[in-house]
Design a protein around this ligand. Structure first.
Ligand code: GRF
Length: 214
């Protein structure tokens, strides 16, 4: 597979839709980086599948359009159809998953080929899935971290864009480790989106390769 991207020469900023299910701190980190001009993008829509997600209120405080599209009780295709309609109406170019607690179907992923990003709180491919920080701490690893990756049809399995490493301390608990990983997530997510939007890149096999010297 060879896929290329070059957004840096675009006159307009990329239009980003964020999907979340909870507190929304990674969404906030992205929004702040966009506002500071560090990432040439604009978050044009935030969607939560959980109406009670604190991230929705944070988006509203920033004046970013935010809607709940509840997934509870809906078949997956129907829920994703509603998501896609909202994202298309907002003319979204990129989708950033920020603590979105549902797997996306292959047809949803195919609607934004190599334009969906996710952040995971471990160094993939180690510890995919839920409670990654606790999995890593219980396993006894000496380093963990976070991964920003393009989303494919698998679970936490797409090509890696950025990883940041966090040393595990002997006196860590799963919670203290998670807190230090979260600090790095807030750096890694804007960093990854900025790279993808400003540097020529391609996918070789599973590898996201950025052009040298660009
Ligand atoms: C983060 O740890 C992220 O890596 C994971 O879900 C959590 C979301 O946190 N996918 P927040 O809602 O962005 O604060």
């Amino acid at each position: 597979m060879l896929v290329c991207g070059l957004w840096g020469n675009q006159l307009s900023r990329a239009r980003v839709g964020v999907l979340l299910s909870g507190r929304g701190s990674n969404f906030l980190a992205l929004a702040e980086a966009c506002r500071r001009g560090e990432v040439p993008a604009e978050i044009v829509l935030v969607i939560s599948n959980r109406p009670e997600a604190p991230g929705l209120g944070k988006a509203q405080e920033l004046g970013i359009p935010a809607v709940a599209i509840p997934s509870k009780g809906l078949p997956r295709e129907e829920h994703e159809g509603l998501l896609l309609a909202a994202l298309r109406k907002a003319q979204v170019d990129w989708v950033c998953l920020a603590g979105y607690m549902r797997l996306l179907s292959p047809s949803f992923v195919a609607a934004f080929p190599n334009r969906i990003l996710n952040i995971h709180p471990a160094l993939l491919p180690a510890f995919p899935g839920l409670d990654a920080q606790k999995q890593a701490w219980e396993y006894g690893v000496k380093v963990s971290g976070c991964t920003v990756h393009l989303v494919d049809a698998g679970c936490d399995s797409g090509p890696i864009v950025v990883q940041r490493v966090v040393a595990v301390r002997d006196d860590d608990t799963a919670e203290t480790l998670a807190a230090r990983i979260l600090e790095q997530e807030h750096i890694a997510y804007p960093q990854a989106l900025r790279l993808l939007l400003t540097r020529p890149w391609r996918i070789e096999g599973r590898r996201v390769v950025f052009a040298l010297g660009a």
